[in-house]
Unconditional design. Structure first.
Lengths: 403, 403
């Protein structure tokens, strides 16, 4: 095991010069304890959004290559400023872009995947006792084109660096103290989880918990890299995400989550015959649209109603595509509904215990909340309900499971 | 001669999305005429200053390496946005950082010199009929460290690219229509010069004309690259700067310039003996201070008064150093005077015509403006006067020489 700690600081942790100085002090604190530090930084505050706004003022359909050229500057600014802040406190630090530090990706602009990391430059600087600061979210393909890794890309950079450097640990600093049993803004009694398995975190991420992106957790899981999620504003312990930490047979509901960013698309009167669902979802997938839950209602007289959820982004386009497929297969109306919310519970081993689902449905029924769609996975149960009941549902479920 | 035109657009020409779109239209206009275009862009409006302010909020003495990392993002933003604007109008374009396009410099951060330019990537994209957009002001050293070229660096990038690509012409677009016989804000009758020699432009640049930096003109002169300076806001012709264009013997005063950014330092009662001036100016040069005009008054009883001009930046430090040398050599008081201005006339062949100088002095005398220092070069004559008379002096000289 090396002596290297990889730390990642999100945009809110470095939003202004004062916060950058705070982060510099925290980093130096670790340095003084004798660790070698590799620090990944996101763009300052809203920089990325501001750059995107600028691009969309120029054109409604910017080229992805040029978008990467543009938004990768955000992290380059952060790393330079953080290095300066560390210098000011008297320690040695050096900043790098993704390209300089050898983060090689494929060529899928705006959503590139890391292929490999050449760690020689980082190791050289660590040997010279420098704190190494790396621009998150970005890399370079084999033709030296600048790429970005997509949403949550800086977390991915941190985990990938931790793997490549065989780091002792990987710490993700953010503006919350860790992962909670529910959103503390909705449930006052929400409790911070000290430990969580990769699978639980994955489920939470896919169900709308913003703390970590699923891609980053998947990578950590594949290489078994423990991730500590904690706040850059306090010194409290955070949430450790690692391999399964609970007893095999003990069923535990870890958290309840809420997602209000999805819409439901319903296709009416779909001919109920083999191959139709495949045709619909193949066409939708070919258009690059991710579908989340899918529910098919009971068939009557050879037709069925099919509902699925998608993110609200470009909803009009998604509806248009569904309508087009609908016409091709002789289905009826296509209706979009944005006033939905999804509440979910997550916990290892819940699949084999039907009592868990019943408890969840019961708590919703007790609050007169109608369930419109249900979906279950190995470690989660999700219900789609009216959006206006979302917070009440989360509170009820949190109480029911005594989280 | 190739079919390549290098164009450079300054920060004010691309200050906002609307202006970027205007620049894109101008570029495409040239493309339609059949030229291959390589476009160099500066950072948007005040971006570089804003980034520097951010750095100085973090530390009063930022590392030059990290400053380059920081401020090079400004041009990277510009090139991406300009490429998008061209795409929007339906033409093909691709943007590059200095590093990507192979602008190799030495390692003198914040004031690097271009060593060579590898043009293969640019040529490849031009062959594919793309408009190539290159970030100005920046390069990369042999260790892949990002460097910047110092003030006026984007002009330098343009001229260096024109040379490396054997371009047909090099056009510098700015917010003025060209080089004038005097600052049009001071002299209403000021006239745009259609042609100017490299040497005249060099002299004008060193005397305070902001249109082009001396380094860029020197490079153009060395490789005999004609530069057209013109406005990005109009379609009028600009000023062509090339090898000497005037008849050998005809004396022409081309322009009158004004510089109010200098201060005069006077060392009183300097011992009048050999080696003293050398001692003084060697010490000052060793401290990295550039001295401009030097005037030594008539010696009396073994002592002399020595005056020289320096830029007002860090004036206190410069005075301190002069005072220290003064003590070492047994001189008297050291006095700094910030209320001076320098007016100069520039023109080929004036040195051999003493009538020119006399005319200049006469026009000042007619306006009761006292001359405090005089300095002459091969193609210029400068007078230091009280700052409050600066504009009046420029107007008088402009009239005298019927510019």
């Amino acid at each position: 095991m090396s002596n290297i700690i990889v730390q990642k600081y999100g945009g809110s942790s470095v939003a202004n010069p004062k916060r950058i100085a705070q982060v510099a002090r925290r980093i130096i604190g670790y340095r003084r304890k004798g660790y070698d530090l590799v620090v990944v930084v996101s763009a300052l505050g809203d920089t990325t959004d501001d750059l995107l706004k600028l691009a969309y003022k120029i054109t409604s359909s910017p080229s992805e290559r040029e978008l990467d050229m543009l938004i990768s500057t955000g992290e380059q600014i952060s790393v330079a400023l953080l290095a300066m802040a560390i210098h000011k406190l008297g320690d040695e630090a050096i900043s790098f872009t993704g390209a300089q530090v050898g983060i090689i990706t494929d060529s899928a602009h705006t959503q590139a995947r890391i292929i490999k990391i050449n760690t020689s430059r980082i190791r050289k600087e660590l040997q010279q006792k420098k704190i190494v600061i790396v621009a998150g979210f970005q890399g370079v393909d084999l033709s030296k084109e600048i790429t970005t890794l997509g949403r949550g890309g800086s977390d991915l950079t941190a985990v990938a660096l931790a793997q490549a450097l065989k780091a002792k640990s990987c710490e993700i600093y953010t503006d919350v103290e860790g992962v909670y049993t529910a959103d503390p803004r909705i449930v006052l009694q929400a409790r911070k989880l000290e430990k969580l398995s990769y699978d639980e975190m994955l489920e939470l991420a896919s169900l709308g918990t913003q703390v970590l992106q699923a891609r980053c957790v998947l990578l950590a899981k594949r290489f078994n890299i423990p991730i500590m999620v904690r706040s850059s504003f306090t010194n409290k312990g955070g949430t450790m995400i690692s391999q399964e930490v609970k007893a095999m047979e003990k069923v535990v509901v870890s958290a309840v989550t809420l997602n209000k960013n999805e819409a439901k698309i319903t296709m009416r009167d779909v001919p109920d015959k083999p191959g139709i669902a495949a045709k619909i979802f193949k066409t939708i997938a070919d258009e690059g649209i991710s579908v989340d839950m899918i529910v098919q209602n009971i068939s009557r007289t050879g037709f069925t109603d099919l509902s699925f959820t998608v993110t609200k982004e470009n909803l009009a386009r998604k509806v248009k595509i569904a309508r087009k497929v609908g016409q091709q297969i002789g289905a009826g109306d296509v209706i979009a509904d944005q006033d939905i919310a999804r509440v979910s519970i997550v916990g290892v081993g819940m699949k084999s215990h039907s009592g868990i689902a019943a408890n969840m449905f019961e708590s919703l029924a007790e609050n007169r909340i109608n369930i419109e769609m249900i979906s279950t996975s190995e470690i989660s149960i999700s219900c789609v309900i009216r959006k206006k009941f979302a917070e009440r549902a989360v509170q009820a479920i949190h109480k029911k499971f005594k989280l």
